[in-house]
Design a protein around this ligand. Structure first.
Ligand code: NAD
Length: 488
């Protein structure tokens, strides 16, 4: 198998880091070996990025011309959408139906950001003297974008599109387990006509390559999506150089089913919320709170439906859950199932690998529901990032809000009730960046996304997405030729 090159400052070249092998989780077979980036490659990429970013051809490019490049990127992704969805599914094991949606999301992101760029204004502010006052926004310069393995094309697009729209050069550092879509996106951006050097895609070891990007004196901002402990370390490094960061981190999101909920709607939403993407989702609804009066009846229904979910080959159109990303990750999720048992929990669904011999070579795990644990248990508190749901009863509104908020995380929450005022009160009382009422895991590029507490502090998406990659500047221009009197 020939080595896959990486994108270093506009050049497709073999990286000088160690070789990374991407494997298909359905059978563990290698699909590509990547000559990953080294710290020297980061140095080269930064140098080329700084040159490309400061080139007047890019720096002075008018917003509608820049927007055209973003639209062209969307067109190129669209032309290759089936191939990209297939590659993403092979690289990280997600069902093809989901990876198609991720590719569509990336297309939508580039188009939306192009439109936001064309309609984003600088402003004249109210003057307090004989001058015009303006608030303008300028590129930061060279920025880093560090992403996890669970939804590469969508999370990469969410950073690349606004960073480029904002006039920056970008060093993208995808996760080692699934870097292939990020590399394809890099090629597409080159083909779309972004100046060579402006974008680098540098897969490699996080602690060396990622860290080198964060620490580099010429990198002015890092947008990070990944685990909370990595984010905390990264924020510490960024603080040393007083660099801004955008942090999208982990979660342990509550879904709350009140006794007046439409149970069919609630069961479907709870299942989708935790088990889609095999639970490998930052916003997975992994803590389920069901009102005590309906707990047993709801759990019966939930367990039956959980057992009926179709775990299978991710390229089968009917599959709802594919394999987990790697053997190592499955082992970590299985260790949590063991932990749940040792904490006194009862595994009422799943908890084991599927018996189907056709799935024996893949890293599959059945969707798992655990009962009998309290919210203080480690199983209920720690992010598992796999198909494991902890179901717990609650008594009333106050009780469930207290339990839902008793977590270090604050990314998402779901609430299921027919009582709109109660839904509203719950939505306002839970500490989370996004709350879904009678639905779950629905996302729009036009709506800001982010977390609170240890799930992060910043927002992506929405009209202001580009501003995260720009610096605001105030300019005062005199309208009076009289000298300032003080100096007389
Ligand atoms: P991770 O934190 O292990 O890695 C994320 C990225 O950071 C990878 O590219 C990794 O190589 C890099 N990295 C690691 N150490 C680094 C360092 N010292 N300096 C710079 N970069 C470094 O996360 P993961 O396992 O790839 O992804 C799963 C996690 O991501 C989960 O916790 C999940 O909740 C989170 N996530 C959050 C969101 C969100 O929007 N909030 C979305 C998706 C995933």
């Amino acid at each position: 198998m020939s080595l896959t090159p990486i994108l270093v400052g506009g050049e497709l070249q073999l990286g000088a880091g160690r070789e990374l092998t991407s494997t298909d989780p359905v059978d563990g077979r290698p699909i590509a070996t990547i000559a990953s980036a080294s710290v020297d490659d980061v140095e080269t990429a930064v140098r080329r990025a700084a040159a490309a970013q400061s080139d007047p051809a890019w720096r002075r490019m008018l917003p509608h011309i820049r927007a055209r490049l973003l639209h062209r990127t969307a067109d190129l992704i669209e032309q290759r959408r089936d191939e990209l969805a297939l590659l993403q599914s092979r690289d990280n094991g997600k069902p093809i139906t989901e990876t198609r949606a991720l590719v569509a999301s990336a297309i939508g992101t580039f188009r939306y950001v192009a439109a936001a760029l064309e309609s984003s204004d600088d402003a004249l502010t109210v003057p307090r003297g004989p001058y015009l006052t303006m608030s303008v926004h300028e590129p930061i310069g060279v920025v880093g974008a560090i992403t996890p393995w669970n939804s590469p094309i969508a999370s990469d697009a969410q950073k690349l599109a606004p960073a480029l729209a904002g006039g920056n050069a970008v060093l993208l550092k995808p996760a080692g387990w699934a870097p292939l879509l990020s590399l394809e996106l890099g090629r597409i951006l080159l083909e779309a006509g972004f100046p060579p050097g402006l974008v680098s895609v540098l897969p490699g070891d996080g602690a060396t390559v990622g860290q080198a990007i964060v620490d580099h004196p010429a990198v002015g901002h890092v947008s990070f999506t990944g685990g909370t402990s990595t984010g905390r370390r990264l924020a510490g490094s960024a603080a040393q150089k007083l660099m801004t960061t955008s942090l999208e981190l982990g979660g342990k999101s509550p879904t709350i089913v009140f006794d007046d909920a439409d149970l069919d709607v609630a069961v479907n939403g709870v299942l989708f919320g935790i088990f889609s993407s095999q639970g490998q989702s930052c916003i997975a609804g992994s803590r389920l709170f069901v009102q005590r009066s309906i707990f047993d009846a709801f759990l019966d229904r939930l367990v039956r439906r959980t057992e009926a979910l179709r775990v299978g080959h991710p390229r089968d159109e009917k599959t709802q859950m594919g394999p987990l990303i790697t053997e190592q990750h499955r082992a970590s999720v299985e260790a949590y199932v063991e932990l749940a048992r040792s904490e006194g929990g009862t595994v009422v669904a799943g908890g084991s690998r599927p018996e189907d011999p056709a799935l024996a070579e893949g890293t599959y795990l059945r969707p798992t529901v655990v009962t009998g644990l309290g919210n203080a248990s480690r199983t209920a508190q720690e992010e598992i990032f796999g198909p494991v749901l902890v179901a717990m009863p609650f008594d009333d509104f106050e009780d469930v809000v207290a339990q839902a908020n008793d977590t270090v995380y604050g990314l998402a929450a779901g609430v299921w009730t027919r009582d709109f005022p109660k839904a509203w009160r719950t939505a306002r009382a839970v500490q989370a960046g996004q709350v879904w009422v009678n639905t779950y895991k629905q996302l729009s590029i036009a709506t800001p996304f982010g977390g609170v507490k240890e799930s992060g502090s910043t927002r992506e998406k929405g009209q202001d997405a580009i501003r995260a990659y720009q610096r605001q500047k105030s300019v005062y221009v005199s309208t009076d030729s009289t000298p300032i009197g003080w100096a007389d």
